[in-house]
Design a protein around this ligand. Structure first.
Ligand code: SF4
Length: 390
């Protein structure tokens, strides 16, 4: 039976192909772990040690913790660890970790605000027969309030709005409420170590019930998936499956080539040729527009509707037209109301087929309605080329 987790579900949402390569095909990537993940693991090791030793009445000094951090860093470092941001090196990241630990230590010493219940604590919840597991960095309690602590080493600070919507710790809150009968309230606490900041949130029982429904829906999408398309995003830079991804495989091939081999690669030649012609096409379009404007001006000046060339006649057509408010116009909603009220809506509105097809593809429609719509859908291969600067 599949045991789900927040990261398993998020992976599918982020990129179905990445999900398939990782969880279904279990592909061993040739790219190593990212330095950010490595740094995160080392800082987690230190904070786990800090609280584990506290259970045995041992308070580590800051130098002791930093020594532990540095020795774990060296012991675990390997040359496959990937540094995407080439302007920084291993030493920059190691020092960041030292700062995170130092700030955390100074902020919370002597660490007696609460009682630690568990560290790296595995929790499992059952939602309608679907098992979801997770690991709580640190579970603590004080006066009936349980706190789920999560350490983040990211360089982007989460907003309060995002914290109030976060799924991962909210799922853990469901488990904690079920596990401890004296639990009156659960607080979700994120430690953004790079900013020396704590972000807190809570969830009402109704919100947790709503979350269960959302998670079930997400699992349903995963289980009913037939295709696993690559979904490119800013996170691709950190994806270990780039060599297996159709969006990046060619890049991997050509990066290994010498300059001569690179220039001789069929794909490189075609992409360069395409780019050159697209630039010419753009220039042609600009020229056509320029001449078009001149012909309008000529027509105005000469008071003519047709301009004759050697074997061409260009007709100038112009008319004053009425324009009604479009979707982006603030009067659009009122205008729609008026059309409905006057019984003109059905006659003068057209189906937004593009929007419907997109929602269908993204599974954004109720599954039962999808089944009905599917009877009318016909699969068609659409081919397009998009170009952007590398
Ligand atoms: S590189 Fe991007 S698009 Fe490709 S598998 Fe990874 S996340 Fe998906």
């Amino acid at each position: 039976m599949t045991v789900y987790s927040h990261s398993r579900i998020s992976s599918f949402e982020q990129c179905p192909l990445k999900f398939k390569l990782h969880y279904i095909d279990e592909v061993e990537s040739e790219i190593g772990e990212g330095v950010e993940a490595f740094l995160g693991s080392r800082v987690h090791d230190v904070l786990e040690k800090l609280y584990k030793d506290l259970k045995f009445e041992k308070i580590n000094t800051l130098p002791e913790l930093l020594e532990f951090y540095n020795s774990e860093w060296e012991k675990n470092w390997n040359e496959n660890i990937l540094i995407v941001r080439k302007e920084y090196d291993k030493e920059n990241y190691r020092q960041m970790g030292e700062r995170f630990i130092t700030d955390y230590y100074n902020r919370y010493k002597p660490f007696d605000h609460d009682k630690t219940i568990g560290l790296e604590m595995r929790i499992v919840i059952d939602i309608n027969g679907k098992k979801i597991q997770g690991f709580i960095d640190r579970l603590a309690s004080k006066d009936g309030v349980y706190e789920i602590h999560d350490y983040k080493t990211a360089n982007t600070l989460m907003t309060q709005e995002k914290a109030d919507e976060d799924r991962q710790l909210a799922l853990y809150a469901i488990a904690v409420k079920e596990m401890f009968s004296d639990c009156e309230k659960v607080e979700l606490v994120w430690h953004y170590l790079a900013f020396d900041k704590e972000i807190r949130s809570t969830r009402e029982d109704e919100a947790l019930e709503e979350l269960k429904k959302e998670v079930l829906k997400a699992i349903e999408s995963i289980e009913s998936a037939e295709n696993y398309p690559a979904k490119e995003s800013a996170l691709c830079d950190w994806c270990e499956y780039q060599p297996d991804c159709p969006n990046f495989r060619h890049l991997f091939e050509v990066e290994k080539k010498t300059i001569e081999e690179f220039k001789d690669d069929d794909g490189v030649k075609l992409a360069n040729e395409y780019a050159a012609w697209k630039i010419k096409e753009q220039k042609v379009n600009e020229k056509v527009k320029e001449i078009r404007d001149k012909i309008f001006a000529f027509g105005e000046q000469k008071k003519v509707n047709k301009v004759y060339g050697s074997d061409t006649a260009v007709t100038i057509w112009q008319k004053d037209c009425v324009k009604f408010p479009g979707r982006t116009d603030e009067r659009h909603a009122t205008f729609v109301e008026l059309l409905k009220k006057e019984g003109l809506w059905d006659e003068f509105t057209t189906l937004d087929k593009f929007k419907l097809e997109k929602a269908f593809e993204n599974l954004d429609i109720d599954p039962e309605k999808m089944q009905e719509l599917a009877k009318f859908g016909k699969k068609e291969l659409i081919k397009r080329l998009y170009m952007r600067k590398r």
